[in-house]
Design a protein around this ligand. Structure first.
Ligand code: PFF
Length: 463
């Protein structure tokens, strides 16, 4: 057992798990989802989902991991439910799929850091040309996967925890600094209003389940990443308390990202908040324009800090995505971590090559499928995102709650959550976890899974 490794402290675990949670989801995805989903109304719904629905799933995942001290597949078996190993497999598959395209976007972020550092602000106007330059983005993707694999190869406390202890505080300082700076710019106020005053008329059901999908993805739930990290947590840690910290840090950083990006956009649009590019291109196309208008030196400092921040956030997440299949192979095949890490990382990189090619370089992968009823094709990378993030994660989350409440049994869950937290047994938090895990989470997550599936692949909006 000792050779599996362990987090050296509760803080180390919290920072590593918060590092997994805080990523491209917070800084790249959250702001454009807010922009598309009615501004502050989306933020409110997202916050409610994060605390009410996602928090119980998070404590469940960590508890299963800590109880069994196993990877997601081995965990179900160790609890005595061999048939449920498929759920662990689904998680590992999700991790592999997500990492395969996530690493591509992380490579863009890293590439942007280097471009802005040398004063190339034009990159914002050339985003689509840039991501089709296969050699450039391929090399940045390779570097990113290499750094990820190097970190994971150093083990839990010597690699992942150590990196998180440096990267997370640096990230926090950079994001707070940039948010204050953005809010001090002319016309920042209109951006803050756009971000924080809810426009409920724009809220549709699609916005609601996108908000849950976003909360789920952002908190790294539904694929066993936190079962994996939980398996390295000490029995004396208080899981509820750690999970509360992880949730607050994740939500807090997403919130700060909005406070930084909308004032930037408002500054660029002279307070009109019109005609800026939303969607996945928001930070890659719009922000370089902001940085350029700050003048050469300041633009380079602010812009490169931003993309360094984004790269740091992505790195602590890619590390956790890689750790899931690595822990599985190391546990089950009893092979060395170092070898496993490099082999798994290379395989996932190769699985990501079609995603890399699907942003304009190869027309086959760029126009990969046309969904039933859709008018334009979806590229390979978006397809993988729809399958991995939007389908497998809510499905995994739904099944994990069903498993915990009705198969393993909620009394066992409560027992594990009481380890390191004896007051939990008779407190209000216990009642809350009991209720949400037994009823609220399975019902809501089941519905969200079905609605998102129908929406993504068939363009059907049930409501
Ligand atoms: N939570 C990460 C983000 O918001 O970018 C993405 C992620 C990491 C999802 C790890 C799932 C996971 F297991």
């Amino acid at each position: 057992m000792a050779s599996r490794g362990k987090f050296s402290s509760k803080l180390g675990f919290i920072l590593a798990a918060a590092g997994s949670a805080v990523g491209l989801g917070n800084i790249w995805k959250f702001p454009f989802e807010v922009a598309d989903g009615g501004g502050a109304a989306f933020v409110l719904i997202y916050l409610v989902f994060a605390f009410i629905l996602c928090f119980p799933v998070m404590v469940t995942e960590i508890a299963i991991g800590r109880k069994t001290q196993k990877n997601p597949v081995g965990a179900y078996e160790a609890l005595g439910f061999k048939k449920w190993k498929f759920l662990g497999m689904l998680g590992i598959l999700s991790g592999i799929l997500i990492l395969s395209f996530y690493n591509v976007v992380a490579g863009w972020a890293f590439g942007y850091f280097l471009e802005i550092l040398r004063g190339n602000f034009e990159i914002g106007n050339n985003f689509s040309i840039y991501i089709a330059q296969i050699w450039k983005v391929g090399i940045y993707g390779t570097v990113f996967m290499g750094v990820t694999a190097f970190t994971v190869s150093k083990g839990i406390s010597g690699g992942i925890e150590r990196a998180a202890k440096f990267l997370m505080p640096s990230l926090l300082i950079m994001i707070i600094g940039l948010a204050f700076y953005a809010m001090s710019l002319p016309d920042a106020g209109a951006g803050i209003v756009y971000y924080l005053v809810p426009e409920f008329s724009e809220v549709t059901f699609e916005v609601v389940y996108n908000a849950l999908g976003q909360a789920f993805f952002s908190l790294s739930l539904g694929m066993g990443a936190l079962i994996t990290y939980g398996s390295y947590v000490s029995k004396s840690d208080n899981i509820i308390n750690s999970a509360a910290w992880i949730t607050v840090m994740d939500v807090g950083i997403a919130f700060l990202a909005g406070l930084m990006i909308f004032p930037f956009v408002s500054y660029l649009t002279n307070g009109t908040m019109e005609n800026f590019s939303g969607g996945p291109g928001l930070i890659f196309t719009t922000l370089p324009g902001v940085f350029s208008s700050l003048g050469e030196t300041l633009g380079i400092v602010v812009g490169s800090t931003f993309f360094l921040l984004l790269s740091f956030a992505a790195l602590t997440s890619t590390v956790s995505l890689l750790e899931v299949p690595v822990t599985y192979v190391v546990d089950e095949l009893k092979v060395s971590r170092k070898k496993t890490v490099w082999i798994v990382a290379i395989l996932i990189f190769l699985i990501g090559v079609p995603s890399l090619l699907s942003n304009g370089y190869s027309s086959f992968f760029t126009n990969f499928v046309t969904y039933f009823g859709a008018t334009s094709p979806t590229n390979f990378m978006t397809l993988v995102e729809h399958v991995g993030n939007d389908t497998f994660l809510p499905l995994g989350g739904f099944l994990i709650t069903v498993f915990a409440a009705y198969v393993w049994g909620k009394n066992n869950l409560i027992e594990e959550l009481s380890e390191g937290n004896p007051k939990f047994r008779d407190g209000r938090m216990k009642k809350y976890i009991d209720f949400t895990i037994s009823y609220l989470c399975p019902v809501m997550l089941g519905i969200i899974f079905i609605l998102t599936f129908l929406n993504r692949f068939f363009g059907i909006n049930v409501f």
